[in-house]
Design a protein around this ligand. Sequence first.
Ligand code: PEP
Length: 270
Amino acid sequence: MQSWVIGNWKQNPATNNDVNMLLDQLLAAVAKDGVTTPCQLMVAPSCVHLASVSGRVQGTPILSAAQDISAHSGSTGAYTGDCSAQQVADAGATWTILGHSERRQYHRETNDTLLQKLTHALSQNLNVVLCIGETQAQYDASETFAVLVEQLAVVKDWLAQQSLESISAIQASNLAEHLIIAYEPVWAIGTGKVPTVTEVAATHDYIKQTLASFNNNLAEFTVLYGGSVNADNAASFAANPAINGALVGGAALKSESFLAIAKAFSSAKS
Ligand code: PEP
């Protein structure tokens, strides 16, 4: 069964040289023993490194993703500081992360913004990893499922929009091939705290059921877990069939830990 391990590099590494060193190690390991099959690897560098990373991974088993795209325009325009879906795709990326909790928190991203971004990405044939997840306060108040339904409304709205006007190259019927959901409890990101595997699996089942309720012609979605995944805990998440992979932050910045996570998913899902 195919699994996914995606490294979100955030605003790291500091220099082009460090980016190349990390990539050298990943590419050498993948070339040496093909460790990752059937686990699909992906890295999401900062936008300034995206074109060079995408160029270097082309033709290798590693995919590249942007960490975000412009909400304002899918192509060009007077939007200082933004990078569009078209530009990201032209840089060689085939995926983009959207709705990471750091974007929701520091850039006040709402469902309306995310619907615009999702629409632009899919219109430009750019696949999407959509991040969703509850805060500590919401978890403590047992509001996780309600929060996830509210955040998944972006997908429901995209489907509704699509049924009115087919504006995307990607059709609703094959959305599951182009959209991955990453369940990332905000309280688990970068904290070393993790939900239990049973909690994650129940949440993933709930996400899959919620998406299926939007349109019963959709194939089952890939749902990843993200939040303090590391070389030590990856195997426990990988062993659960509801968990299709991991979105990794801190541990993706060292090739050893990132590859150890990939190997855990690769062996569990073989
Ligand atoms: C993330 O930011 O997407 C993430 C999962 O970070 P970390 O692995 O460091 O918790």
